[in-house]
Every structure is written in structure tokens, then in C-alpha cells.
Design a protein around this ligand. Sequence first.
Ligand SMILES: [Zn+2]
Length: 434
Amino acid sequence: MRFLRVISILCACAAATTSVSAQGNPPRIKAVRLGKLWDGKGKVWSNAIVIVQGERIRAVTTDAGTIPPGAEVIDLAKFTGLPGLIDAHTHMTIYTEEALGVPMLKQVNNVNAGFVVFMARKGAMRTLEAGVTTVRDLGADQYMDIAMRDLINRGEMIGPRMFVCGYGLYTTFTPFKPGVAPPAGGAADGVPEVLRAVRQQLAAGADVIKMYASTGTDDDVTGFQTYSYEEIKAAVDMAHQFQKKIAVHSYGPDGARDAVRAGADSVEHATDMDDATIREMAKRGTFYVPTVDHNRYYIENGDKIGYAPGYKERLAAFIPRNLETVRRAFKAGVKIVMGSDAIYTMFGQNTRELSWFVKAGMTPEQALEAATVNAAALLGKEKELGAVAPGYFADLVAVEGDPLADINIVLSNVRWVMKGGVAVVDKTKLNAKE
Ligand SMILES: [Zn+2]
């Protein structure tokens, strides 16, 4: 009875929303003029005009005569357009600011969820300012990621479109303390508990499943496998049964090897993967999200974060191994995806990962593909995200300079961002050269 009542309220809300938009004026058409446009479909346009209707792209053209009368014309002729970028590995709700004398590591413990979600809007804004209009968010407490996703989708918070996982699954690691229950959330040991935990995330409204199959996080770069092949396989099969993708965290090669063979959709971090695993990924189409740059961020900010001395050497030794794995995987034909693993104050630096990709042997265009078409395919949204083409979400970034000649243009010269047909960042007046 109660269940039915909830349903009828939901229906009433949906009807109300529909009737409001039906009564209102149709969304105004926008025409975005760009000097150049890299469309994510292999084409570079000169003097492109992107016609936007509501939250979608209606047409891409060079013929100004096709701009519908009454359209709002946005002149970005000085800039190069790109599809809205996708960061496939964030933790939007692990946002902190620098506070004098309070290590950022400590700031994230025992904090009220409402407080965290409200603060996280700032990281969300910085992420947009970096040109990132979509994120795959891979791990949050208390379903704060779901709250944030829904607030953004309702327009109550400004931020990137979020695909979220709820709790990542992890094996028991909490030392015994008298009178203290082990943490709930993503803890799951053995196949039955893994299945329960996957179902729990899906019931909570997760878009994707995340599983931690090895140790390693923050200043800890160990990569010891935690979940067995059987446990990973159970999670993968359950996620796929519900048409959801699954991302498997593994700092080291062993968890990645088992994750790939179990059918995971992506492996995260995955340093030192062996050749056979890399070949298998290329064959199966498993995506690799290497997250090289977050260790650079940790090295630069570790004292403020609160890492114990000695972290710099450890992290600095890990980065070249991580990068070398990207180089080998890319060469073998593995599809690489940009993921920042942004936490704390790293939001806004989401795209710095792309410069590592160029160091690993990609052209700037291939690096851009890692943040657009490849990432969209990993989300299963390749017909809606990651390109500037009719029917796609109107997610557009304008940069000053030529990103196909120098990837650093994307890192530092974002001037304007549109997400779902709405301009959310406009720095065109501030910085444009005359
Ligand atoms: Zn992560």
C-alpha cells in the first residue's frame, strides 16, 4: 500500500514536470560559432556552427544560412571547440579545502554527509572549468554521490553529469576493536557477500559497480591482490546481469590480471600489467584507466594532505612504472581512458592526465579520444556523449589555441564550457587575446 502511494506521488511529479515544460515556450535554439571544431568523430571543422536545441545538438554545419531565425548566436570564432570532456575516475565527495593545521586526510573522516555534498559543489564547478562535463565517480560514503548526481540532474547544483557507484566493494581490513562494529557499506568477503553488496549498490541507484581488488590508495602504492578471481567474477556477472559496467581497482598486476579475465569493463591504475594481460585487454576491449597524474598531485600536496614522511620517494618511484604500463598498453592497442582519481583539492586539474598520455606515445588527438570517445564507450554512452554531432548532448568546450598541436592548451586554456545546452563557464571576456 505504502509502495503504491509512493509510485502515485512519483507519477504526479512526472506529470507536473511535463505539463510545465509543455506550457512554457520551447527551448530557445542556440547557434555556437567556433573558429575550429574537433568533433570527436575524426573531423576538424573550420568555421563550424553547432546548432543546439534544448540539451541536445541538432546540427553541425558551416552554413550560416541554416541558423534558425531567432536563435541566440554565441560567437566563439576565436576559439577551438571540443566535445565536453569525460573524467572516468573521480571521487567528487572526497572534496576538501586546505585548512591551516588540519591535514586533508583527517578532514574526510566522520563528516556529516549533508555538509560534504554542499562543499563538493566547489569541486564540481572546478571540474566544469577544466572542460569536464561528465564524470564516472568511483567511490563514495553514505551514497553522497547519488545525492550529488540527482541534485545536479535536477539543476539544484551546478556540476558535471555524474555516473556513480555508491560504495566500492572491498574485503575486510579493519582491525578488531572491542565494542566497535566493522564498517558496513562496501565491505564484502566471499561470493555471497559480494553478490549482496553488488545488489545493494544497484538498489541504492548506482550506475556502475566499483570493486577494489588490491591494496593501494593515497600514499600507499602497494598492489597486493585482495579479491580472488571467483569473487571478482561473481561481481562482474551480477553487474552485467543488470546491464551495468564494472570498474576494478588494482594498483598491482595480479588483481588486474584476474579482473580482465573475469570480464571487467575497465581496470583502474593497474601498474606493471604483464604482456599476456595486456594482450587479453586488447582482444576483449577492456578499457584501461591508468590515473598516472594523481600521484603527481599527492607528491606536490602530501604535506597538506597529511602523509607521513617518505611518501615522496614511494610515489615518485611508482609514476614511471604506471606510465610505462600505459605506453605498453597503448602500443598493444588497448583503449585508454582519462581518469584523474581527483580527491581533496585536485578538482580542476582533471585533465592533466592527458599530458602523461602524450608522454606515453599518444598524439594530442589520441589523448583527446581518451577523454571523449573512449570514455563515452566505457560508459556505454557512445551515441550521446564524447562527440559533437546531431543527437548528442550539447556538451562543448572552447579552448584558446590549437589542442591538436599542443595538448597543454586543453590543460590551461579552457575559456567556455556548455553542458546540456547551458553555458556553465564563460571566461571569454577575461582572457581572450585581441
Ligand atoms: Zn579512485
